[in-house]
Design a protein around this ligand. Structure first.
Ligand code: NAD
Ligand code: GLY
Length: 362
């Protein structure tokens, strides 16, 4: 097991990464203020891992409430959140009941928001089971649900007390979800860690073959990047915005396609190439850099063309992005490979060119 710390003062918390951590109740017990937890999972993950997490806790005298939700991005809604509240209230869960999210980013974001709001806030632990959630969504305390008009529009910053990333759970993850997670892994290299980007280029094939040591290394280096950024800027007033590379375009794709029709990681990958093309249009990176990113994404099984919704539709959806300030869309762009910036100074005619150009599907 390898461990990192998210340095947030008296709300600091550990991230443990390793195989077989799910069953290790002794890693969880010190973080529980009372011997009571509610584990929130979904119909795919619960049959695989709920008992493996719950039974060692029960054996240690912890009361476990099991909550199983429908699976999918389309269920990341206020209605589903209400199902969690119903279950918590019916089981008489109290202020010292810890909510544990067992699943991918959908379950993690939704459970975290439930924890932030149930009884005005109860303790929360993340047990992420997808690559994407192990490298990104479980760390940093962004929680929430989608709104019909935009992704993740309702939510709260609410930090977990522990992140337990059991890499053995990735054994059952479908290949398509592994590649979706790679989009967020590659993101760290592109925005702030050129040596990691180069390591990923050299190791992408073994990663896609699920070589355990390579996967563990990629998760550790990703979490180190994320933990550093979150410690510096918890509430995204500055540098944390860079973690949204590709997301302004990507969230537009997810919303336009209908939640669940484009995987988040796939939309981020396609969006990252649009951001790279925009950066090239500003003369910040070269066409060869865009091709290099495209090659890495292709090796990681990621889409490199965005759907052809038309520039107007993209611009309309991106105008609702959470980063919009005074009506101006703020894009995360690449100054160079390994270095990102926030810019609200992108000419609309350049955006239109990119949104109808070679990285848009015919
Ligand atoms: P997901 O939660 O939908 O999981 C993907 C699929 O894999 C689901 O069908 C799930 O049931 C299944 N699954 C999960 N673990 C499995 C396992 N071990 N074996 C087999 N199947 C498994 O998707 P995701 O990619 O994990 O997360 C995407 C979500 O995360 C989006 O809603 C996105 O907005 C959010 N997100 C949040 C943050 C944040 O900082 N909070 C960051 C990035 C993404
Ligand atoms: N996934 C972006 C962030 O956590 O800030």
């Amino acid at each position: 097991m390898q461990s990192l710390n998210v340095a947030l003062g008296d709300r600091a918390y550990p991230i443990h990464i390793g195989a077989g951590l799910l069953e290790r109740a002794e890693l969880i017990l010190p973080h529980l203020p009372a011997p009571a937890v509610a584990i929130v999972s979904n119909t795919t993950v619960a049959p695989l891992y709920m008992d493996r997490l719950a039974e060692p806790l029960e054996a240690a005298g912890v009361k476990v409430t099991r909550i199983v939700l429908p699976d999918g991005e389309s269920y990341k809604t206020l209605d589903t959140l209400n199902q969690v509240f119903d279950a918590l209230l019916r089981a008489r869960c109290e202020r010292k009941t810890t909510l544990i999210a067992l699943g991918g980013g959908v379950i993690g974001d939704l459970t975290g928001f439930a924890a932030a709001t149930y009884l005005r806030g109860v303790p929360f632990i993340q047990v992420p089971t997808t690559l994407l959630s192990q490298v990104d969504s479980s760390v940093g305390g962004k929680t929430g649900v989608n709104h019909a008009l935009g992704k993740n529009m309702i939510g709260a910053f609410y930090q977990p007390r522990l992140v337990l990333a059991d890499t053995a759970t990735l054994d059952t993850l479908p290949d398509i979800e592994l590649s979706a997670g790679m989009a967020e892994v590659i993101k760290y290299g592109l925005i702030r860690d050129l040596p990691f980007l180069e390591w990923l280029e050299a190791n992408v094939d073994v990663l896609m073959q699920r070589e355990p040591a390579a996967l563990a290394e990629a998760i550790l280096r990703s979490c180190r990047n994320k933990a550093d950024v979150v410690a510096e800027d918890e509430h995204e007033t500055g540098v944390r915005a860079l973690l949204n590379l590709g997301h302004t375009f990507g969230h537009a794709i997810e919303t336009a396609a209908g939640y669940g029709n484009w995987l988040h990681g796939h939309a981020v990958a396609a969006g990252t190439l649009l951001a790279a093309e925009t950066s090239a249009g500003l003369g910040w990176i070269g066409a060869a850099d865009v091709d290099r990113i495209e090659r890495l994404f292709v090796h990681a099984g990621l889409p490199v063309r965005s759907p052809a919704y038309g520039a107007d539709r993209y611009l309309e959806l991106m105008a609702q992005d959470k980063k919009v300030e005074a009506g101006r869309i703020r894009f995360i762009l690449l100054r160079a490979l390994g270095s990102a910036v926030v810019s609200a100074e992108v000419p609309t005619d350049l955006l239109r060119r990119v949104l109808t150009g070679r990285l848009i599907a015919a």
